[in-house]
Design a protein around this ligand. Structure first.
Ligand code: MG
Length: 430
């Protein structure tokens, strides 16, 4: 029997703050970072790769949290663990001592996500399939077995989840073929960083449209006059048909959010992202009601499936923005996809950062094939930087994500990039 023999961690940081890439109203100077982990086995098979995305300082804390999970993984037999990742997830998340650090939120929960995602990468590589395909070929019973329904059953129980998945089963083959031929729709945030001047905003908006994107996103919430001017520039270039989403990155209180969005309403924003604190379910619901028909979008900082459940129950969001590394990995994101399907709310994943596009595309494609069965009003965020560091980078054509074909979860970072970006002694930092 093969065993997991190694769990390695790396504090990788990319100096994105030097060019204000990624700058928004709350995060003016991020250095995109990955607390990266690699699982090795003793059988000459592939390694498994996972990571948590952070924006610089604190990435060492995230790495330490992943290290705390080593005793749960190293020395375990590979095949039984990969065959029952629902059980593995529960053992990691519900450890009687580590759970005190959450429960089920923050650094420790995200560390579990990195390890769980690395295990999924390992399993997909061993089965020779891209992760989206592996997930899409599981039976409804197997998928339900991956989800921890604790705290969810007042909104969604296993029987209902099974029903949803069975209803989507007949169309799986046709949607897989569609995905392989046409890819999955994306939108771009590249033009909209708050630190970019008007000339750069205009140029990048034109380029996005020429590249085939039908939706862009602008950061807002720094200064109202600036936002009015920038949205005006973007809307004039986009015309009425290209969607413009806006993202405040948690900048406002409830009343302020409503006032600000009303000022920007003439520019027809498609959604307003993270208007306020990600923990404020009732605040989101109040904003959603008061700015309708403009819809709220949120999720990249939602701590776990329980808060997503509440947001959906309270009608606090019109779009569910799952993030591949915020919650405890693939299993918990499957729970969130099922909740979104139950409430009929489109899933539009958060991505960008470093490696988030690579990781989350698999979940959106699985959602299309096996859960929601549709791409209507669904788009994966795209930002065109840092993909060159990945072994299986995303491929975008005419504004659409092409389905990954290599086996695994697209989470492997190239060895030279790992060496150069190690903090603080990699070449880019010395
Ligand atoms: Mg955002």
């Amino acid at each position: 029997m093969s065993q997991i023999t190694a769990l390695e961690t790396f504090d990788l940081r990319f100096p994105t703050s030097r060019f204000l890439d990624g700058s928004d109203a709350m995060n003016p100077d991020p250095d995109y970072s990955a607390a990266y982990t690699v699982l090795g086995t003793d059988d000459d098979g592939p390694d498994g790769h996972g990571f948590v995305f952070t924006i610089g300082r604190g990435n060492d804390v995230q790495v330490a949290a992943i290290e705390a999970l080593r005793p749960f993984i190293v020395g375990r037999e590979v095949e039984p663990m990969l065959a029952d990742l629902g059980d593995t997830w529960r053992r990691l998340v519900h450890d009687s001592q580590l759970r005190w650090l959450g429960p089920e939120k923050g650094v420790m929960h995200m560390a579990v996500g990195a390890v769980v995602n690395a295990l999924w990468d390992l399993r997909a590589r061993r089965e020779g399939k891209p992760l989206w395909r592996l997930l899409s070929e599981l039976s409804p019973d197997e998928i339900v077995g991956l989800v921890d329904f604790r705290y969810l059953t007042d909104a969604l129980d296993p029987a209902e989840a099974l029903e949803l998945l069975r209803a989507a089963e007949p169309g799986r083959a046709q949607r897989t073929a569609d995905l392989l031929e046409n890819g999955y729709p994306g939108y771009t945030t590249t033009p909209g960083w708050l630190g970019y001047d008007d000339v750069k905003l205009a140029r990048l908006t034109r380029e996005a449209i020429a590249d085939g994107f039908t939706q862009i996103k602008l950061k807002v919430g720094g200064d109202l006059d600036d936002d009015v001017r920038r949205l005006g520039i973007a809307r004039e270039i986009c015309g009425p048909d290209v969607r413009i989403a806006i993202d405040a990155n948690q900048r406002w209180d409830v009343d302020e959010a409503v006032r600000w969005v009303k000022e920007l309403a003439p520019f027809d924003p498609w959604w307003v992202e993270e208007p306020t604190s990600p923990d404020d379910v009732l605040g989101h619901a109040a904003i959603a009601e008061r700015i309708a028909p403009i819809r709220v979008a949120t999720g990249e900082h939602i701590a776990n499936r329980v808060v997503f459940k509440q947001l959906l129950q309270a009608r606090g969001t019109g779009f569910v923005q799952i993030d591949a590394t915020r919650v405890a990995g693939v299993n918990e994101n499957i729970a969130i996809l099922l909740l979104a399907a139950k409430f009929g709310v489109p899933v539009c994943p958060h991505a960008g950062g470093v490696g988030l596009c690579e990781a989350v595309q698999h979940l959106a494609m699985f959602d299309y094939v096996a859960v929601s069965g549709t791409t209507t009003d669904r788009v994966i965020e795209y930002v065109d930087h840092l993909h060159e560091h990945f072994a299986d980078p995303v491929r975008i054509e005419r504004g659409r994500y092409l389905a990954p074909e290599l086996s695994g979860a697209s989470t492997e970072i190239l060895a030279p990039s790992v060496a150069a970006h190690r903090f603080p002694d990699g070449a880019v930092w010395t």
